[in-house]
Design a protein around this ligand. Structure first.
Ligand code: FMN
Length: 249
């Protein structure tokens, strides 16, 4: 069992190509159960999942995001931060709803809960032999169009998507940063990491040039910084405010 779990994590990769086959109903049950019993902040369960099997809705999301995995996967799940539900109950019970979702921590709590449930779904899917790929463009490409398409009320914000399907590819595992650089013992080891980082950058460059499937001459650092530059154009504060997260402090 422990070996199986170890292998599951060590062989995990994002899968972006899927067969046409549907996801078995039992696998979907496993994924739903994993989502529902995820740890959440305060046990407040500040998340909702929109599970999309409808091809028309997937096509519209594809048009908004340009991410073709959305139209080719069997299910596309959108993980949202959700303060709508607790607000409904507070109102019914006559309890004042504090403006927690208008704080950065409140927003973060919702994002964390959505992200953790997404990871539960991804691991459950992989354990069932399925492939999946997280999708940040659901949040960044056109937040108001996504909110309208999915009918998100105030207090609900789309954080991330997950494409799930029967895998049509088995990509090579991407090299990851060495353990010493990402896992610190007892306190942050603030030492000169340059040589190890340069070595990792070279390893990724080599991997990108030789991996199976599409190859590129990308390095790690330059490529990631290009993503950061692009991402600096996103206006997430406006997007959050449109969904009722009027972040003040
Ligand atoms: C929050 C998040 C958002 C992501 N968004 C996208 C995306 O929009 N499109 C995509 O193709 N991959 C996306 N990915 C997948 C990453 O590109 C992938 O995890 C990373 O390259 C590492 O590869 P691996 O998952 O195969 O180890 C996302 C991953 C995460 C965790």
């Amino acid at each position: 069992m422990q070996n199986e779990i170890k292998q599951l994590f060590e062989t995990r990769t994002s899968v972006r190509r899927y067969e046409y086959d549907p996801i078995p109903a039992e696998a979907l049950e496993v994924i739903y159960a994993a989502i529902r019993n995820s740890p959440t902040s305060y046990n407040g369960q500040q998340y909702s999942v929109i599970d999309i099997a409808d091809q028309d809705v997937k096509l519209k999301l594809y048009e908004i995001t340009g991410q073709k995995q959305i139209k080719t996967c069997n299910r596309f799940m959108v993980f949202c931060a959700d303060y709508n539900r607790i607000a409904v109950l507070a109102k019914a019970k006559g309890i004042d709803m504090p403006e927690f979702s208008n704080t950065l921590d409140g927003f973060t709590v919702g994002v964390l809960d959505a992200a953790i449930t997404m990871q539960s779904a991804a691991i459950a899917a992989q354990a069932c032999g399925l492939g999946c790929c997280c999708m940040g463009y659901v949040r960044t490409a056109n937040p108001s169009a996504v909110a309208e398409l999915l009918g998100l009320p105030q207090g609900v914000f789309a954080v991330c998507g997950l494409a799930i399907g029967v895998p049509r590819e088995h990509p090579d595992v991407k090299p990851k940063l060495p353990r010493e650089l990402v896992i610190h013992q007892s306190r942050y080891t603030d030492r000169d990491m340059t040589a190890e980082l340069v070595a990792y950058d070279n390893e990724v460059t080599q991997y990108n040039a030789t991996r199976s499937g599409s190859k590129s001459d990308n390095d790690w650092c330059g490529h990631i910084l290009d993503y950061y530059r692009e991402a600096m154009n996103y206006r997430m504060l406006d997007a959050a405010r449109q969904q009722g997260f009027d972040i003040q402090k």
